[in-house]
Design a protein around this ligand. Sequence first.
Ligand code: SPD
Length: 385
Amino acid sequence: MRDRRLAALLRAIGDESLDRREFARRAVALGAAATTVAGLLAACRPVGDDVASAERATRDAAAALEPLGPIEPHLSIYNWSDYVAPDTIPNFEREFGVRVTYDVYESNEELLAKLLAGARGYDLVFPSSYALSVLVATGLAAPVHRAYLTNWGNVAPLFLNPAVDPGNAHSVPWQWGITGLAYRADKVAPPESWSVLQDVRYAGKMTQLDDGRDVIGSWLRFRGHSLNSRDVGELTAAKADAISAKRNLKAYLSAPVKGQLISGDVWIAQLWNGDATQARAEQPAIEYVLPREGSTIWADNVVIPRSAPHVRAAHEFMNYILRPEVGAAISDFTGYGTPNQQALARMEHPVPYPTAEQLRRLEYQIDLGRDTAEWDQLWTEIKSA
Ligand code: SPD
């Protein structure tokens, strides 16, 4: 039934009786995963779509040069949990006279689902690169008015001009990190391979992230494949490995697993490096390892949704976090790497860029386009197995 209704919506895009944003809103309302919706949109690009995107890019480039109005008294931020220093927001509120509303999410899919469903009111969101490319492609990311970013020169060259957002036209880099294994060194030996998650000795004491891209990606890497694979045979093997590991898992749990690592209820957790560092601050027995088969390196970005009501305040916040001392405080708290080269020099616990050996084992996630639906289906099957 749902597939028939989705097909009808797709036909409506084809005959141009429905625009792409309205398609996304209705498809998410029908229960389609946000990433699937993005994949369907990529698959059914209407004739002239390239022209429309190019026209939008030209309009945006011109709009980005226009002056903004005065700073608004409110700012609504929607960010990953535990991803800002405790004083970042209060200091901004005090200095700029802006009241900030701050909500959190735990995955790119949660963020995309909200925005594709038509949520309005957010001024700043923080997608990873592959989710940023969805927001740019669907026209949901607003152009950045660079003239307001007087601290832009602090961004390290490595984070400039990413493939998913040429010229950083819609984004400011926020933090970068990797996905690996956090473990309790007082309970287990360093887990060298993703295969530890299939070890029955630790059944009930292990978790993986509640994130299809990271879970399926880890099992693809385990068999020596790209974590962006679209090969049916490779994906089928990854599903089998994920299900065999699932028998040992306590749960699929993302950042909130920190509490269970600290208490000792969990000994081994697939986790992002900065969240593991945060847990270690409370429990020194928590260590972190990049499995030998390799994993994800990612960058998250600050983006203003096109529907944002407080665009000037959003720009002031972007510029504020690009200050060296503000950027350093954020990364010192989150445990993640800073893309701000001036901040790096001021950090108490700088996160060094990965070594050449580590980089050989790391891969960025890319937007899977029309194959996203297969991945979403696979993730649904793994979770319900
Ligand atoms: N607590 C903040 C975690 C941010 C993780 N973002 C990157 C996810 C890559 N799949």
